[in-house]
Ligand binder design. Structure first.
Ligand code: ACO
Length: 402
């Protein structure tokens, strides 16, 4: 790593790096990725251990505070989160202003941003206690807003949180329960949801996290910063990829059509790409994809679809691509999105909710990164430069003479 932070001050020169492929925008102690080896660690702990050994609440504590919690610390933290799962009753009116057919991600951007207008006491970012309460509120309330976005979309009444349930079960209940019927959370689905949240919780300086940091670097309201992150996550090259991956698998439909799609992905005159393949940082198998594949098998077995045709197409497509020169040369492997769409669909979520679920999970990562930035004595407002390629100075002609 070369520190060029003083380059401009000393030489009057700066570097040109579109897409920031070779630029570290900050120093961080939260998440470590070795893309060549396919390693992901939260605060030093391998993702496999965090996802399989603990639960999402433990993962949130680890990301926020840097250490695994003791039993008491975990219980206290869970209680604090649970106490904040309700949203202001006025938020309901806010929701009903949206068209029913609005994409739930647009509703998320707006409703999370709107929290800035409801929780004034947690927006003084210079006060550590205010930062703490804003963090807890966000982890607690974003799932409630996400479930409300879903319920509003399908025209069902909102379901209030039930705080004796764990985080994932509470979320599933808010999404799938209806007032007139008994609803029991399926424990296999709850475990899968919890693992999906953990796998997506943080991923160092990806586009949406960098957006949150950049927005936060100006001292902006934390709820507004997270709303900015959600907006960025929406794109198909980022959080929208699992939706796109599932659509692609559905379009392929059967294993015999795989060669046709692989050929299209390799054709430079065709804009088609294998969705759920390739990653800016991983040049090896995404470690989250392995856990995700296992989770999808568990969920499909639970609903009696162990031989789900889309899962079979995905497994076969992975095999074909991993033996194809084009993908080998470019180090293109399945990423987490390749299997997550199949799993979420099997759990009953429509594709329009996939990126919303990602935003629920990533909220803790965004907050941990935002807090780290605010508390960093070296933090300054983010202000990239540009390589100007426009016209040199020109003489202005008044409108009357043009
Ligand atoms: N299918 C076919 N070819 C691909 C794919 C793909 N999925 N991904 C990259 N390539 C090719 C490119 O065409 C390029 O080929 P070339 O060198 O012959 O021109 C080469 O691999 C490098 O690709 P870049 O676009 O330069 O790689 P970059 O790091 O910028 O892109 C990205 C990473 C956006 C993830 C890309 O691999 C992609 O579009 N994948 C599909 C979308 C996807 O799955 N996104 C999810 C990312 S993970 C997440 O957000 C949680």
């Amino acid at each position: 790593v070369i520190d060029i932070s003083k380059l401009y001050a000393l030489t009057g020169k700066f570097t040109y790096d579109p897409g920031f492929t070779s630029t570290a925008s900050c120093a961080s102690t939260i998440t470590y990725i070795d893309g060549d080896e396919g390693i992901l660690r939260y605060r030093g702990y391998p993702i496999q251990d965090v996802a399989e050994g603990g639960d999402f609440i433990e993962c949130c504590y680890l990301l926020l505070y840097g250490e695994l919690p003791s039993k008491k610390q975990k219980t206290d933290f869970e209680t604090r989160v649970t106490r904040h799962t309700m949203v202001h009753e006025q938020m309901m009116r806010f929701f009903t202003g949206f068209r029913r057919d609005a994409h739930p991600m647009s509703v998320m951007v707006a409703s999370v941003g709107a929290m800035a207008a409801f929780y004034h006491d947690s927006t003084d970012i210079t006060d550590p206690m205010a930062r703490e309460i804003a963090s807890i509120r966000m982890i607690a309330k974003v799932p409630t807003l996400a479930a409300m976005a879903y319920k509003y979309h399908i025209g069902q009444p909102f379901i209030y949180p039930q705080n004796d349930l764990d985080y994932a079960s509470n979320f599933l209940r808010m999404c799938f329960a209806v007032p007139c019927e008994d609803y029991k959370v399926n424990p296999v689905f709850a475990r899968a949801m919890d693992r999906i949240f953990t796998l997506h919780a943080d991923h160092e300086q990806n586009a949406s996290t960098s957006t949150v940091r950049l927005a936060g670097s100006s001292g902006a309201n934390p709820f507004a910063c997270i709303a900015a992150g959600i907006a960025c996550l929406w794109g198909p090259a980022h959080g929208g990829a699992n939706e796109a991956a599932l659509k692609m698998l559905e379009e392929i439909g059967t294993a015999d059509r795989i060669p046709e799609f692989v050929a299209r992905a390799k054709d430079k005159n065709d804009s088609f790409r294998l969705m759920g393949f390739g990653h800016r940082v991983y040049k090896n198998y995404d470690p989250r994809a392995k856990i995700m594949q296992q989770t999808s098998k568990e969920v499909l077995a639970e609903i009696g679809h162990a031989d789900d045709p889309l899962l079979q197409v995905a497994i076969e497509l992975e095999k074909v691509a991993l033996h194809d020169e084009y993908f080998i040369e470019r180090k293109l492997y399945p990423n987490i999105d390749f299997y997550s769409g199949i799993t979420l669909r099997a759990m009953g979520f429509p594709t329009s909710m996939f990126t919303v679920l990602f935003s629920v999970a990533r909220t803790v990562g965004w907050i941990a990164q935002w807090k780290e930035m605010i508390e960093d004595p070296e933090q300054r407002i983010g202000r990239p430069r540009q390589l100007y390629k426009g016209a040199a100075e020109r003489t202005y002609t008044p409108l009357a003479k043009r």
